[in-house]
Design a protein around this ligand. Structure first.
Ligand code: IPD
Ligand code: CA
Ligand code: CA
Length: 261
């Protein structure tokens, strides 16, 4: 199953690499901050075709298909059983502006628990993988979260919610962390935020508006790399949670304290 996820992520990633800088324009979905390009749909088609062929009995929750289903008033596949959570292009706003930071994210879940994860960053050819109970790897080499245990030495990442009042709440969290942490980043691709925690480039990453396709692979990666993932209130992350923080583990309680303040 990991093999299939990896091949799908690589194939979609190659397509995105090829389209990057050549796609003319974008369309808007739910509002002026919610972009989609022709490459999102093309990458999705590559992945979905592969997964359907390999696992015809599995459900697929993929961002653009889910958006279309919602538009038609159809229900999304529930978490029960085997379900693939797919983000064919995470970082569409970056991609549409020619900013070279985006990825493909694919996870297989069973009953809402991620079992297999592949996040592929095509421009740097970085493939992050994880299997539940089997560890995490970057381009085949085992990876681990950082050992930093002080907030003042921590590089943190987040994303901006696109709607009120979550936008304002996250600005408040950012204002709390800015003086306490070493620094703060907003890269524009949530899946890579998790991947960067898993490999120790960031100490923690949080967001308030994550969808399952943004975070299912990342959650498993961080856990398998020795980190910790929870809701912002410290509770366990379920398949319908949107407010999630992933860290190297050492800083997790300190981060939760700042959110709770
Ligand atoms: C978005 C990006 C962004 C994050 C949003 C995601 P998309 O995904 O990861 O950085 O802040 O929460 O929805 O739309 O580019 O796949
Ligand atoms: Ca995404
Ligand atoms: Ca996407």
């Amino acid at each position: 199953m990991l093999q299939e996820a990896v091949e799908a992520a690589r194939e979609a990633g190659a397509l995105l690499r090829e389209r990057f800088g050549r796609v003319a324009g974008y369309e808007l979905k739910t509002g002026h901050q919610d972009l989609v390009t022709s490459a999102d749909a093309e990458a999705e088609a590559v992945i979905v075709q592969r997964l359907k062929r390999a696992f015809p009995e599995h459900a697929i929750l993929s961002e653009e298909m889910a958006f279309a289903a919602r538009q038609r008033g159809e229900p999304l596949p529930p978490p029960e059983g085997f379900r693939w959570a797919v983000d064919p292009l995470d970082g569409t706003t970056n991609f549409a502006h020619g900013v070279p930071f985006f990825a493909v994210s694919i996870a297989l879940e069973r009953d809402g628990e991620p079992l297999v994860a592949a996040i592929y960053e095509p421009l740097r050819d970085e493939l992050f993988t994880a299997v539940r109970g089997g560890g995490a790897a970057l381009n085949g080499r085992p990876l681990r979260v950082s050992g930093v245990a002080e907030l003042r030495r921590a590089l943190l990442g987040t994303g901006f919610p696109t709607r009120s009042p979550l936008r304002e709440r996250n600005l408040e969290y950012m204002a709390r962390f800015l003086p306490k942490a070493q620094s703060l980043r907003r890269f524009g691709a949530a899946a890579l935020g998790f991947a960067y925690v898993a490999c120790g480039r960031l100490e923690a990453y949080w967001e308030l508006t994550l969808n399952r396709w943004d975070c299912a692979a990342g959650v498993l990666l961080v856990e398998e790399a020795g980190g910790r993932v929870s809701r912002l209130d410290g509770g366990p992350v379920g398949p319908d949670d949107h407010e999630i923080v992933a860290s190297n583990g050492h800083l997790h309680d300190a981060l939760l304290d700042v959110f709770a303040k």
